[in-house]
Design a protein around this ligand. Structure first.
Ligand SMILES: [Zn+2]
Ligand SMILES: [Zn+2]
Length: 174
């Protein structure tokens, strides 16, 4: 495990700064010199996005999964946008833009991948996977591979019957 302390100027952003200081003291990630506290937030969120299960020790004692810390950071970011000065708002917007720039396409494409995957599964579930199905008893060559399936030449249309029903059904007239 790589352990290091985030080198960052203590930000002047009130409670945001305090929260970041806590993170800064307990942060585990590659050594980085952060010149902008909000860039720090975006790095943290990027790290949290990549390693949501990673556990960090808050104040070196309490283990917390990075994803929950990320949630806290997002909450404070939203509070900052609502309550902060214009400068704070702009900085938070810039940090958010950072994340979206770096991870937007990734998040987007993995969401797209999931959607495609779900569609695929749905399609497979909807597509009948058998080739023959008895018109009478609905057995298929998948459910009953031991049966012979044949198409009746006397029925109107293209009707399949299992070996139990091929000679033993009322021929369909329409
Ligand atoms: Zn049958
Ligand atoms: Zn028939």
């Amino acid at each position: 495990m790589i352990t290091f302390v985030f080198i960052t100027p203590i930000p002047s952003g009130g409670i945001l700064g305090y929260v970041f200081l806590v993170f800064g003291l307990s942060f585990l990630a590659p050594t980085t010199i952060v010149t902008n506290a909000y860039l720090g937030y975006s790095l943290f969120l990027a790290f949290a996005y990549l390693n949501p299960e990673f556990e960090m020790l808050i104040l070196f004692v309490i283990p917390v999964k990075v994803r929950w810390l990320a949630v806290v950071v997002w909450v404070f970011a939203v509070l900052g946008i609502i309550q902060g000065s214009l400068g704070v708002k702009l900085q938070i917007a810039a940090a958010a833009a950072n994340i979206i720039l770096f991870f937007g396409r990734d998040i987007w494409s993995s969401a797209g991948y999931r959607t495609r995957r779900v569609r695929q599964v749905v399609r497979v579930a909807q597509t009948p996977s058998f080739r023959h199905q008895c018109t009478i008893c609905k057995k298929t060559d998948i459910s009953n591979p031991e049966l012979d399936f044949r198409y009746c030449s006397k029925c109107v249309g293209h009707h399949c019957y299992c070996s139990d029903h091929i000679f033993n059904h009322e021929h369909l007239t329409s």
